[in-house]
Design a protein around this ligand. Structure first.
Ligand code: NDP
Length: 449
């Protein structure tokens, strides 16, 4: 039995049976038999169904937000935004699907054309930090392109995904097209990865498990898209608007209690303004309101589990420049914490902590900032704060990361590609780029002579 808890109260909020390998096989078989009919639906009609799903999600936005807040512990204001994004993602792909088509290529002796074909049954494996959002980023383009789905959410946070599955049926998406299986990753996830009837795995989670997914997929030459960990840099130059940069930095690392692959958990600050920036940063971090996630004014909730809290705590053993407040419990609380000054070689600067702990690292000049920012196995996101436009673009081009912001700490937009360099994974989600990951190009030559 999978016991699902509210991380803010430790109360049991659901008990679910654990899916087995046989359940995963049944889900794959259902998706396989639903594929021909779903593939045959015209792109415009698939778009209509996705638009209906977007509307149904909007109608159930508050319910989905509350479910997510109770299961993940994230502030209700964040969950409301995320429910809105799920609807926006389905609207986007509803509009995009009939504008994603092949080309004709002039060749001697005939006509050559390309088609964008769906892959077939796609396995989607999602993590516990943004369950419904990440599910929608994969479901939207995969469904739009005519694939059928087996979706495995993290066992810790399956509730909003199960509800999304029901809403897909309510919106008129035929039975068998979206199948949700809740079971342990090493059993059910692994089965999807190795199953010969699954054409692709879209995975978000840790780099370690992602590497195993890649190995497991090799046996059947399965396509994989991997969105993995991060240790992103927030680079603040002396010529930046320091007040703005310092006010924004805490949200970039303590948002979702730091359980965010895009967290700018290394704050790189030019040495000449280090002390001034730290003063501003400490004040802004102290202002973060930590507490009951169902209170609309709360900005940070608890961590996902007791085990995860222990893992996060192990990184806080020295150089604590500031520790904020957090409730005593029950709940898996951890205060917003600043470590400073930290060397980029320290463990806290190298490993993904996935909690509300920021490492603040001084640098001397632009060259050192770029070197330090890139000195990590990861390459997901990052920010550059400067009033010098040429420097901003120069540094953006030099950073080895897939998603960068200048004078902002945002990473995710429905319309723009999202994904990593290096060990943060490969493949892109969101925007039109995601459609590439859920289709194969077929080339057809028609001889006319
Ligand atoms: P995992 O990578 O273990 O889990 C992600 C998903 O993969 C879950 O659905 C999980 O299932 C599933 N899974 C686990 N093992 C396998 C397997 N052998 N084959 C197929 N699927 C599998 O991440 P965790 O949730 O344990 O988090 C650990 C760390 O990963 C975090 O501390 C953080 O550093 C990083 N992380 C990064 C995320 C990101 O957004 N990039 C998101 C989440 C975590 P189940 O959990 O049900 O067993």
């Amino acid at each position: 039995m999978n016991v699902v808890r509210n991380p803010a109260t430790e109360e049991t909020i659901a008990e679910l049976p654990e899916a087995t390998i046989e359940d995963a096989d049944r889900a794959v078989a259902a998706a396989k038999s639903a594929f021909p009919a779903w593939h045959a639906v015209s792109p415009a009609d698939r778009g209509r169904l996705l638009r209906r799903l977007a509307t149904v999600v909007e109608e159930h936005g508050e319910e989905l937000a509350l479910l997510e807040t109770r299961n993940v512990g994230k502030p209700i204001s964040d969950s409301r935004g995320e429910a809105g994004m799920v609807a926006d993602v389905f609207h986007f792909y509803a509009g995009a699907v009939d504008k994603h088509f092949g080309e004709t290529i002039p060749v001697p002796g005939g006509v050559d054309m390309t088609f964008r074909e769906p892959l077939g049954v796609v396995g989607l494996i999602t993590p516990w930090n943004f369950p419904m959002n990440i599910a929608s980023w994969k479901l939207g383009p995969a469904l739009a392109c005519g694939n059928t789905i087996v979706l495995k959410p993290a066992e810790l946070t399956p509730l909003s995904t199960l509800r999304l599955g029901e809403l897909a049926l309510e919106a008129g998406i035929p039975e068998g097209v979206v199948n949700v299986v809740v079971g342990p990753g090493r059993v059910v996830g692994q089965r999807l990865v190795e199953h010969s009837d699954v054409a692709k795995i879209g995975f978000t989670g840790s780099t370690e498990v992602g590497a195993g997914v890649m190995r497991g997929a090799a046996g059947t030459i399965k396509r994989v898209t991997l969105e993995l960990g991060g240790k992103s840099a927030n680079v603040v130059f002396a010529d930046a608007d320091l007040e703005k940069a310092a006010a924004s930095a805490p949200y970039a690392v303590f948002g979702n209690a730091g359980q965010d692959c895009c967290a700018r958990s290394r704050i790189l600050v030019e040495r000449s303004v280090f002390d001034r920036f730290m003063e501003l940063l400490v004040t802004a971090t102290g202002d973060i309101k930590v507490g009951n996630p169902e209170d609309p004014s709360t900005e940070m909730g608890p961590l996902i589990s007791a085990g995860h809290r222990e893992k996060v705590a192990a990184y806080v053993d020295g150089d604590v420049a500031f520790r904020g407040d957090a409730p005593d419990g029950p709940g898996f609380w951890f205060p917003p914490t600043l470590l400073a000054p930290v060397s980029n070689d320290d463990r806290a600067a190298r490993e993904e902590i996935f909690g509300p702990v920021a490492a603040v690292i001084p640098f001397v000049d632009e060259e050192e900032a770029i070197r330090l920012a890139n000195d990590t196995p990861y390459g997901l996101s990052g920010s550059i704060w400067t009033e010098n436009g040429a420097r901003a673009l120069r540094v953006a081009r030099a950073l080895e990361a897939g998603v960068l912001s200048i004078n902002s700490n945002t990473s995710v937009r429905v319309q723009t590609p999202f994904g990593g360099f290096k060990q943060s994974g490969f493949g892109r989600e969101l925007g039109l780029h995601a459609l590439e990951g859920y289709t194969e190009v077929k080339n057809v030559y028609f001889a006319t002579e």
